[in-house]
Design a protein around this ligand. Structure first.
Ligand code: SF4
Length: 344
């Protein structure tokens, strides 16, 4: 994208070009090498660096820390404890704000596919189910409906150019907010949680999810253009599963197992958005992947952390599957649903 500043006579005063290089990263033209160097240097300064899940688990074991705590120690190298906490709580407040805005917007999503926003109606329906009670009360019977609602709301907002948190990408932005919503409203013990407890859950969840995101960035990719949707929705589901397992008291091995289960069952997922718009299948796919993440966390927590396939093996498999995947299925809208469904 090139930005141009001109004066009233049309004379160009300044021009700058930026590239979106995938996975939420932006590089300014001519500064590609500097950006890479900065990234390398920031990694060198980390007190507890890790590239693989095996290294991460090794750090947890040697320091007696959880996965979220390892991430926290690394973050402390560049900012204060208050800044980390405030930053993460701010990120969550943007996620909440996104849902709030989305639930008030009705009608069709832009782009010509005539996709109707579903979240506002679903919200009204769910609120009716709990009418007569505190409007903030979430009936545990409907946890899956609430999780679906949050994922849909975020992704409908993304599809209409609204503000979302890239987590880890825009197309997969609904999964982490939806699973975090589950953690805050439906996880055991949360009915008695204080505001401080809830903030602690947000901080711990996001730090853990981010640690798992690092593994995907380091060993594979979170870009649909590189590895298909397994890298976007799959990585988000894996990150969310780990976050949930951590806040539900999982050991580092159980958290790693949760991340592994969630990605294992997203392997091979192609990227084939109809009309090149991040709407079908993307919006519903986030809700399905959020449910998968919750299931993965629960399965891992019922185990003892030992499992046959490691998270590293699954990440490498994702990378290689992405490499073998035809480019038709990597964000080109030239294969799959994108060509088998008539657009309108
Ligand atoms: S199908 Fe493609 S555009 Fe849609 S969420 Fe997945 S990776 Fe993103």
């Amino acid at each position: 994208m090139t930005f141009t500043v001109s004066d009233a006579d049309g004379e160009v005063l300044h021009r700058a070009t930026f590239f979106s290089v995938g996975g939420g990263f932006i590089v300014r033209e001519g500064e590609e090498d500097a950006a890479l160097k900065e990234l390398d240097e920031s990694k060198k300064e980390l007190p507890l660096p890790f590239r693989t899940a095996a290294e991460l688990l090794g750090r947890c074991q040697s320091k007696g820390l959880s996965i979220g705590e390892i991430m926290f120690v690394n973050e402390r190298a560049s900012r204060t404890e208050e800044e980390i906490r405030e930053g993460l709580l701010h990120i969550y407040s943007v996620m909440e704000g996104c849902v709030e805005v989305s639930l008030k917007r009705e009608g069709l999503l832009p782009g010509g596919l005539k996709v109707r926003r579903r979240a506002p109606d679903w919200h009204k329906r769910l609120m009716k189910e709990t009418l007569g009670q505190d409007p903030d009360y979430r009936d545990p019977k409907y946890w899956q409906e609430w999780v679906n609602l949050i994922a849909l709301a975020v992704n409908e907002e993304n599809a209409s150019g609204g503000r979302v948190v890239t987590a880890p990408t825009n197309g997969a932005a609904g999964i982490i907010p939806a699973v975090l919503y589950y953690a805050l409203h439906f996880a055991p013990g949360m009915d008695k949680a204080t505001q401080q407890d809830r903030d602690d859950v947000v901080v711990k969840f996001l730090l853990t999810a981010a640690a798992i995101g690092v593994l995907y960035k380091e060993q594979a990719s979170i870009s649909g253009a590189e590895v298909g949707c397994q890298g976007e929705v799959g990585s988000a589901s894996s990150m969310a599963a780990a976050g949930l397992a951590e806040v539900m008291g999982g050991t580092p091995q159980q958290v790693e197992n949760a991340a592994e289960i969630a990605m294992e069952h997203n392997l091979g997922l192609t990227c084939d958005p109809i009309g090149g718009l991040v709407q079908i299948p993307c919006i519903e796919r986030n809700a399905i992947a959020a449910a998968k993440a919750i299931n993965a966390a629960k399965m891992a927590l019922w185990g003892d952390g030992s499992h046959r396939v490691s998270l590293d093996e699954v990440i490498v498999t994702m990378r290689e599957t992405g490499r073998d995947m035809s480019s038709k299925y990597k964000e080109t809208a030239m294969g799959g649903l994108a060509v088998n469904v008539v657009e309108c």
